[in-house]
Design a protein around this ligand. Structure first.
Ligand code: PSU
Ligand code: MN
Length: 320
């Protein structure tokens, strides 16, 4: 196998032709992550969902770009065959966050990208919008583990807006909010004043700001990046009411999963996938369906924000 070393950073990146032409023509593009495919949902629901999420982005006027690493190449936009491959391989594919990117390239490995790694690759490909389910955060056992997801530090420095349904209550939501504040990451609730808690529409925490329409969110982003203040924002979009699960129903399951994690001495990057799979196992189909529906809902919203942002940009250009 020849050396993967290249002369400059762009040579490590493959932008899918449909994505490239959209970017060149100023059309809206929405990035999607692949850890959720390989480590977040079981086969074949993961495949079905990944395909439906791409379809939903298209139906809402934007071009989807599912991000992954294949044979050490950073991919902004993968084919349907590649999506089948990742979905089937599941957790045999390495979970890749910021730390793991150089090694994945050097070893010409495949990688399922987390929120942090997806933001990095999206930003290299000039994609500014990204939809997912939940972001990583500050873990509940922070005092012992110092476990803070690299998603949070990425949001502080990489210019990508992440539309999600908050963070799962496997994490410490108040501490996650504090951490984002320290790092200057705005958290905007979409039609909500409460920070959503993934399966449920509300947590005990308030969001910093609430917006009633996508145009307002697009304006805030345009201003942030015009200044420029580096880094992303979190758009927190509550799960649709009809799919939400009562938080007390999930609380016991999470407590049990945290105890089991301690007993099994699970640490580091295995923590999040372990907790996610325990919640899925104990709550069965209900939580999986909720997860699927909230991701689709976030894909819709991200496509709309991306379209409004591009409209805003061209309106300002035409004024001049
Ligand atoms: N939270 C979820 N579902 C997920 C993840 C988080 O509800 O699939 C995944 C995302 O890819 C996120 C990653 O970026 O887990 C965070 O992992 P860690 O805590 O190791 O940074
Ligand atoms: Mn961690």
């Amino acid at each position: 196998m020849s050396s993967p070393l290249r002369k400059n950073n762009n040579s490590y990146l493959d932008v899918n032709p449909s994505v490239k032409s959209a970017i060149d023509n100023g059309e809206p593009v929405v990035a999607l992550e692949s850890t959720i495919i390989c480590h977040g949902m079981p086969y074949p629901k993961n495949l079905e969902t990944a395909l439906n999420v791409e379809k939903t982005v298209k139906q809402n006027g934007a071009i989807p770009a599912t991000v992954a690493i294949l044979d050490g190449r950073l991919k902004a936009g993968i084919s349907e065959d590649e999506m089948h491959f990742l979905a089937k391989q599941g957790d045999k594919i390495n979970k890749v966050s910021r730390r793991d990117i150089p090694l994945s390239i050097a070893r010409q490995n495949h990688g399922a990208t987390t929120v942090a790694a997806t933001m990095i690759i999206a930003s290299l490909a000039k994609i500014s919008f990204f939809a997912t389910g939940g972001i990583g955060g500050v873990h509940r056992n922070i005092n012992e583990s110092l476990d803070v997801s690299a998603d949070l530090t990425e949001l502080a420095k990489t210019n990508v807006a992440v539309v999600c349904s908050g963070v799962k209550s496997i994490l410490d939501i108040p501490k996650t909010m504090e951490y984002l504040e320290t790092h200057g990451v705005p958290v905007i609730g979409y039609k909500t004043k409460a920070m959503p808690a993934f399966y449920s529409r509300e947590s005990q925490c308030l969001v910093d700001y609430s917006c009633e329409n996508t145009r307002q969110i697009a304006e805030i982003l345009k201003i942030k990046w015009d200044i420029p203040l580096m880094g992303g924002i979190v758009v927190a979009n509550p799960i649709p009411e009809e799919y939400s699960i009562d938080s007390s129903k999930i609380a016991n399951v999470i407590d049990g999963a945290l105890k089991e994690m301690k007993l099994k001495k699970i640490t580091g990057k295995r923590t999040t996938p372990f907790l996610l799979s325990k919640v899925a196992e104990k709550t069965g189909g209900e939580s999986l369906e909720a997860n699927i529906q909230l991701v689709l809902n976030n894909a819709r919203l991200a496509a709309k924000i991306a379209s409004d942002y591009n409209d805003l940009k061209s309106a300002i250009k035409n004024e001049k």
